[in-house]
Design a protein around this ligand. Structure first.
Ligand code: M6R
Length: 609
């Protein structure tokens, strides 16, 4: 996720670009850059770090100019650096581009362009785009852009500028947001409405496949073949703060709703076309490497630790390698049994969590092989680990982690299947079946998100209880832990998760009349046992809310209410069952009037011990 802006008109481009980028900094903040045509040349300035670093560089030398583009980056391909910051240009600086998204086929395109003599200045996937425009340009800017769009695969919102056409900006969209703001003698382009809301409320919200040719006094929209598209103006009536949250009341709710895309992006390029193999271009693992390991250690904190528990299940089940999971704050002082036959996987959304970083350093000191799973390119953990695989969730702003968790789950699942394929511990048929189901997960998450009314009702009804219990077996237990953490941290309700089979060893004493128990019952291999455990709490007059897969007829007979999620393989269903639990926590916090995005005593990134 990155933020992009463009301006063409009769006022200072730089003023709009920097204001707009400030409003979009929540979309990415590892580096930023602008390009402005000053009447003769294209002036480009970029800076690694927060937008303030760019503003500092521009002090006293901001160019005059009434056409320009800008970008705030959330790195995917290539670490955060001045070189990798956008805008990017072709060999001669004639065409300038900013991009939000991932170009999946950039490697073969880059090889072809290099073979034709193009010189690349960055490690980004984006840079192929201006070079392709250079390649296709025959005097018609829009035609060259359309030719490029028909060659690239992946997701994008793009703005193109050319010093050969100083009266035109061109923008295009596929799977990433883009809006054109309509002014008087000036027009604006941005990833998101907050960037333009102070200038205009008249907009075109572009759809996938649309291309806008934006001039000072006109905007024309076509499809990728150049056919005109008749578009209606959308009047924005949100306030600026709501616009930043995409119209959602809180970042947490926005991020919950971003999960289908975050999961799809994390899968992208890792599921081979044809759907029978998983690949990780970032890893050079071999069968010998994996067979030489005697165990895997997964180390993390909080939600990432809960993703690690699910990861253990995946790796053991699919790749048949022993996995230990530990809290980073315990691991680092445990004198862990870790050596050169151990692969230590650290999971961290931020890549900055102090305990996780220390555990990683300790593992390296003991000779372990190390792999980081993180959402932040160039973070301390990403730099410290020998190898890194990224989740592509985009920036997570709310303290309560949601889309980071689901992307960590999908990544751990793919990693386990990748390991299993190398070790031949899953059949080709099972592998194909799982990948087929994996590809359906983003749509199934969307389906789960489509009906929140029953969840709101439960939250209103039970949101004032002081204790809530979560139970489940196997992977349901791991998800129960995450559900309970979500409820605790944002609604301040005391919530505990128990493995259902453990209830009779003590916790059952706490189950009395009216206590809400959320029972996850999706694991087919232990389904009957789970139902028996639900009956145990029902017999003590608990109020039971079941979470089950569509088509489950039994559950309704034993619980008070059920929330159904779409059915899938029991390995993948945690990606779906966690969604109603996130929403329940969210609406319970709303019911209790809590500050959802900034819960008391907590910080987004825990960089202290
Ligand atoms: O950035 P990290 O993934 O390393 O953060 C780990 C935990 O601090 C984090 O998951 C925390 O538990 C969240 N607030 C949970 O919602």
């Amino acid at each position: 996720m990155c933020g992009i802006v463009g301006y063409i008109g009769n006022k200072s481009a730089a003023t709009f670009l920097l204001d707009g980028l400030t409003k979009l900094e929540y979309r990415g903040y590892d580096s930023a850059g602008i390009a402005i045509f000053d009447g003769q040349n294209v002036f480009i300035e970029k800076a690694v770090g927060r937008l303030d670093a760019l503003k500092e560089k521009l002090k006293g030398r901001t160019p005059e100019g009434v056409i320009g583009i800008g970008h705030t980056r959330w790195a995917t391909h290539g670490r955060p650096s001045d070189q990798n910051a956008h805008p990017h240009t072709d060999c001669h600086g004639d065409f300038v581009v900013v991009h939000n998204g991932i170009i999946e086929n950039f490697m073969p395109l880059k090889e072809q362009l290099i073979a034709k003599g193009h010189h690349f200045a960055s490690e980004t996937d984006t840079e192929v785009i201006p070079h392709l425009v250079e390649e296709f340009y025959r005097g018609d800017f829009a035609e060259a852009v359309r030719a490029v769009l028909n060659r690239i695969e992946g997701s994008y919102s793009l703005v193109f500028m050319s010093k050969k056409h100083p009266d035109t900006l061109i923008c295009a969209k596929q799977d990433n947001p883009l809006v054109v703001g309509l002014g008087d003698g000036e027009n604006f382009i941005a990833s998101d409405i907050p960037a333009i809301i102070n200038r205009t409320r008249r907009t075109y919200i572009l759809n996938d496949g649309e291309v806008a040719i934006v001039k000072r006094d006109s905007v024309s929209i076509t499809d990728r073949r150049g056919n005109a598209v008749d578009k209606k103006i959308f009047h924005v009536n949100w306030n600026a703060e709501a616009a930043e949250k995409g119209g959602y009341e809180h970042f947490m709710l926005k991020e919950i709703n971003e999960q289908p895309k975050a999961v799809r992006d994390t899968m992208s390029k890792r599921v081979v076309k044809g759907g029978d193999r998983i690949v990780f271009d970032e890893l050079n693992w071999t069968t010998e490497f994996l067979n030489g390991l005697d165990k895997v250690y997964i180390v993390a904190c909080g939600t990432a630790y809960h993703a690690g528990l699910v990861g253990k299940f995946y790796i053991e089940k699919l790749a048949r390698i022993l996995v230990e999971v530990d809290l980073a704050s315990e691991f680092r002082y445990r004198d862990p049994i870790v050596d050169d036959k151990t692969l230590v996987i650290v999971i961290s959304q931020s890549g900055e969590t102090s305990d996780t970083l220390a555990a990683l350093k300790e593992s390296k000191r003991r000779g372990a092989k190390t792999l980081a799973v993180t959402n932040v390119v160039g973070s301390s953990i990403a730099r410290e680990a020998e190898q890194v695989v990224h989740t592509w969730a985009g920036p997570e702003i709310a303290v309560a982690s949601t889309k980071a968790y689901t992307t960590q789950l999908i990544l751990m699942f793919m990693l386990a299947l990748y390991m299993a394929q190398l070790r031949s511990t899953v059949s080709e048929e099972r592998s194909r079946e799982l990948i087929g189901l994996l590809k359906k997960i983003p749509a199934q998450i969307s389906e789960t998100l489509s009906d929140v009314e029953p969840i709101k009702t439960f939250a209103r009804r039970y949101g004032f209880n002081e204790d809530v219990f979560y139970i489940g077996r196997s992977l349901d237990y791991d998800v129960a832990l995450e559900g309970a953490l979500k409820l605790k941290e944002i609604s301040y309700i005391h919530a505990e998760a128990y493995a259902s089979g453990e209830l009779k060893h003590g916790t059952l004493a706490l189950i009395v009349e009216g206590v809400p128990v959320i029972a996850l019952a999706t694991q087919k291999s232990v389904y009957d046992k789970t139902i028996s455990n639900i009956k145990e709490v029902k017999a003590r007059d608990a109020i039971v809310i079941g979470i089950a897969a569509d088509g489950d007829k039994e559950i309704e007979k034993v619980v008070d209410h059920v929330m159904f999620v779409p059915d899938t393989d029991e390995l993948l269903i945690p990606l779906l069952t966690v969604v109603p639990l996130q929403l329940l926590a969210y609406y319970a916090a709303i019911t209790r009037g809590c500050d959802v995005d900034k819960p008391r005593n907590l910080a987004k990134s825990v960089t202290v011990e």
